[in-house]
Design a protein around this ligand. Structure first.
Ligand code: SAJ
Length: 441
């Protein structure tokens, strides 16, 4: 099967790298986005996302004349839908006491609607957006069939999840194994042929609903495993144990790999995707549901620990280090650090936040310090929320000269307790009541 022209709908963190990679591998690519400022930026030769290697790939695609940005689809041999599937912020579902977040499929359904006039016999359509089980067969197929063409008969239809790690997208897009699920086996083969353009990893075919479940299972597995690490951190504090030591010892077992506790789970994937299972089958997905509750409650656990150190928070000055959703990235979306800061402020604390990867970020209700020094200067407590490398290498000896703070709380195991204590700090760590200093709060 030969594909000459590809139309990629949605030019975000997945769509733009995917479109650029297809273009530099020889396809004529039209990238479509509903956001006019995205199209304008791309038409000026710039990209609007921060991801290593994407600007270079995009520039090359434009240089060789294989990429164009447009605000609506065009006829093509193949179409990829790579739009976001967030959850609805304003509404919750309820089933027998289980309250769950609802997937917002609006972008997927709009993208499918937009393709109807351009769909031709023999075309291939692939959904890449993370979606609830059966979305391809039960939601996307009926929309596309309004064209008068039948999915799996007149055109090929697939689901193929992206599985790339932010920060390594360009590499993983090519090297990772790819799952391609078709509404028919022929659809899956067509999808496989398209990705074979550049994918070096294994390309495995299956049905579309299995492929949807694979993606949700991967991220749910990770969320549940982080939840148990977070629950262990609470148990360790109750029993006078250092959870970090206990995890390191447990992980000496050849078949155990406990993940790390922290202030919560953020980003646009791990904290979102498990809800798709809960919404689709609340009566079954009970473990998944409770893991979500544990992770969502972890910022509150951090705040309770801060209170056990500082006492009542009214007027207390705190320097919060890190706002990104995970270490060494500049992505602040769905960040548990922001949630911790909001909760601290709700109790009256005065928080100065410092995020070295986005020092001028504007986040509602959060005061960004102009520098690390400015954040630290008048603080009573230094609160480490993200394990950025540049935080783990901070020297408490130098910091002691820059701050009034005598208290430090590390929520990510980024600092050496003994070193901080040697330099005059009372030191505390999430999940570690063993090395916690005594307080008089
Ligand atoms: N976290 C912990 N403890 C850990 C590991 C992570 O608290 O031991 C936290 C992080 O700090 C962060 C959150 O979990 O707040 C998620 O981080 P992550 O590194 O687990 O995941 P993402 O969201 O950056 O990327 C994931 C990847 N999926 C898996 O690792 C299973 C990636 O391969 C997916 O493509 C991506 O989600 C996605 O788009 O679904």
């Amino acid at each position: 099967m030969k594909f000459n022209k590809l139309c990629v709908i949605g030019l975000g963190y997945i769509g733009l790298p995917t479109a650029s990679t297809f273009a530099i591998h020889g396809l004529d690519v039209v990238g479509v986005d509903i956001n006019p400022s995205v199209i304008a930026t791309l038409n000026q030769g710039q990209i609007h996302i921060h991801e290593p290697g994407v600007q270079e790939a995009f520039s090359q695609a434009v240089r060789v004349g294989k990429f164009r940005a447009a605000n609506q689809p065009e006829a093509a041999d193949a179409f990829i839908i790579a739009v976001p599937t967030p959850f609805k912020s304003e509404a919750l579902g309820e089933d027998n006491g289980t309250q769950y977040k609802l997937a917002d499929l609006h972008a997927v359904t709009s993208a499918a609607e937009a393709l109807i006039p351009y769909l031709r016999k023999g075309n291939l359509v692939i959904l890449e957006s993370t979606s609830p089980p059966r979305t391809t067969a039960d939601v996307v197929a009926p929309i596309l069939e309004k064209s008068g063409l039948k999915a799996g008969v007149d055109f090929f239809l697939c689901y193929s999840p992206e599985r790339v790690l932010p920060g390594q997208i360009m590499k993983e897009l090519i090297e990772n194994a790819r799952v391609v699920g078709g509404v028919t086996p022929e659809s899956a083969q067509a999808g496989k042929a398209l990705y074979a353009t550049f994918v070096k990893g294994q390309i495995v075919t299956t049905d579309s609903t299995t492929a949807e479940m694979v993606k949700l299972m991967e991220n749910t597995h990770r969320d549940v495993n982080i939840a148990i690490a977070n629950e262990f951190s609470r148990l360790a504090e109750k029993f006078g144990v250092d959870v970090w030591e206990a995890i390191a010892l447990a992980n000496l077992h050849p078949r155990i790999k406990i993940l790390s506790p922290g202030p919560g789970v953020g980003g646009h994937c791990i904290s979102v995707d498990p809800w798709f299972f809960v919404e689709a089958a609340p009566e079954i997905a009970q473990l998944i549901y409770h893991a979500r509750l544990v992770n969502d409650a972890q910022p509150r656990f951090v705040v309770e620990k801060v209170k056990s150190i500082l006492g009542a928070l009214q007027g207390k000055k705190i320097a919060a280090l890190g706002l990104a959703y995970k270490p060494d990235v500049d992505d602040l979306r769905e960040s548990p650090a922001s949630e911790v800061i909001h909760l601290l402020q709700a109790e009256g604390a005065q928080v100065q936040a410092w995020e070295p990867f986005k020092p001028t970020a504007q986040l509602a209700g959060i005061h960004m310090a102009a520098s690390l020094e400015a954040a630290l200067k008048d603080a009573e407590l230094i609160l480490l929320l993200v394990k950025h490398t540049q935080f783990t290498t901070l020297n408490p000896h130098t910091l002691a000269g820059q701050t009034n703070a005598k208290l430090a709380l590390d929520t990510v195991h980024g600092w050496n307790a003994e070193l901080w204590k040697q330099h005059g700090f009372q030191f505390f760590r999430l999940g570690d009541s063993k090395s916690d200093s005594q307080t008089n709060a």
